[in-house]
Design a protein around this ligand. Structure first.
Ligand SMILES: [Zn+2]
Length: 415
């Protein structure tokens, strides 16, 4: 079973020493897998000798600049291996790829569109084949993550190469619709999956790829958001393999007021009341820590929640009792975990922390993201309902309704 943690070096660049410290503590929590998010809009953090512009400081003004050399990556891989941890690298396609498109704009649909990689041009796959071959040579593990979440497909709609490719794909199967741009994402994931397979790797994709009717069911799906909840059951029933990273329970960038310690301890891989742990394709669970903050804040948000997720204690009190030594050891190393008496905040303390987080998150969220949610209410109904159910309490609703109205998200709160 996968017992994983994801860290996001694209948005925050930690020193090698910091990464080793995170791994050392996560190993004590019981992980056997570190999923390393190495590329995103904000930067490309892994050295490429084949395509050096990817990590080059020449592009630092735009987004790149800080990166891990291949030697330092190998040092981290070896350290993790000693602790029986496999590292799964993640290179994001087709979206979250602004850093890649800044360095190599010819991979986009047009030179001024740097939001998404163009799957309509064969030259894209020539590039990706070389790139992934090099990346595979660095990581000895069997898994390779290719992202696939939140891909903005507007650029594809305006691109003649993409439209032509989509028409070809749609022609192959009468069940396909030539206006269904998800097929292009499926096509791209399948092609990269095929070239990773040649390198002996197994592909993992975020659950967004499930919207593609043509997706190769041999690709492992990582579930994170309720917007795709309904696609998970048919996929699992067909024998699809998946990893559970439900954001309402396992995203550790949310504060303790929204994802308290006990909630993480009690986590079961259940979506809309359906238990997914009984499927043969259930590969395990992974906590994700998106975004970046300096090491002290990282330690505070990760621990002890990561311990709770992988604890084998029979009940919650036994688990929290067992943490005393853990806290002492961490203090001795100069590391500060979240104070145990603040791990399950209640009442005003909980409310204050939650509201402050929401206000701060909104300040960082762009208008496009809110608009995107407004525009697809059907798909987002599950998301909004779950967001309210898992992160808020009835006493928060008055505040939440006012807040949603203020930020311009009108059709969210219906109850
Ligand atoms: Zn295109």
């Amino acid at each position: 079973m996968i017992k994983g943690l994801m860290i996001d070096s694209a948005r925050h660049f930690w020193t090698i020493d910091d990464v080793l410290k995170i791994i050392a503590q996560a190993a004590i929590s019981g992980i056997n897998t570190l999923h390393w998010h190495l590329t995103d809009d904000q930067g490309w953090r892994i050295e490429s000798k084949t395509f050096p512009k990817l990590h080059s400081t020449d592009y630092s003004a735009q987004c790149n600049g800080e990166f891990y050399s291949q030697d330092s990556i190998r040092e981290i891989i070896n350290y993790a291996a000693q602790l029986h941890i496999e590292i799964i690298p993640e290179i994001e396609i087709p979206g979250h790829s602004h850093a890649l498109l800044t360095a190599y704009p010819e991979l986009g649909c047009s030179d001024d569109a740097r939001a998404i990689i163009c799957p309509g041009k064969e030259s894209t796959f020539t590039f990706l084949e070389e790139l992934f071959a090099e990346m595979c040579s660095i990581f000895p593990g069997k898994y390779f993550h290719i992202g696939g979440d939140e891909a903005p497909k507007g650029g594809w709609r305006k691109c003649s190469h993409c439209r032509k490719k989509l028409a070809e794909i749609a022609d192959e199967n009468s069940a396909y619709d030539k206006n269904d741009y998800e097929l292009l994402q499926g096509y791209m994931a399948n092609r990269v999956h095929a070239l990773l397979k040649k390198q002996g790797k197994q592909t993992i994709c975020w659950n967004d790829a499930l919207a593609a009717k043509n997706l190769d069911t041999d690709i492992i799906i990582q579930y994170w958001t309720a917007q795709y909840a309904d696609l998970m059951k048919p996929f699992a029933e067909k024998g699809g393999r998946f990893i559970m990273s439900d954001m309402f329970h396992l995203y550790l960038d949310y504060p303790y007021s929204m994802t308290p310690l006990k909630k993480v301890f009690d986590y079961k891989p259940i979506i809309k009341g359906h238990d997914f742990s009984n499927y043969p394709g259930f590969l395990g669970i992974e906590a994700c820590r998106w975004g970046g903050e300096p090491l002290p804040q990282m330690m505070d948000t990760l621990f002890p929640r990561l311990d709770a997720l992988f604890s084998t204690a029979s009940d919650y009190n036994t688990f929290t009792d067992s943490l005393k030594k853990r806290y002492r050891d961490a203090e001795n190393e100069g590391l500060h975990f979240h104070p145990l008496d603040k791990c399950d905040p209640e009442g005003e303390e909980r409310q204050k922390e939650t509201f402050a987080f929401m206000i701060n998150m909104n300040a960082k969220m762009n208008q496009d993201a809110i608009q995107h949610m407004e525009n697809s209410p059907a798909q987002n109904k599950d998301f909004v309902e779950s967001f309210i159910k898992y992160f808020f309490e009835p006493s928060d609703m008055e505040w939440l309704e006012g807040f949603m109205k203020k930020i311009g998200y009108s059709n969210a709160v219906s109850k």
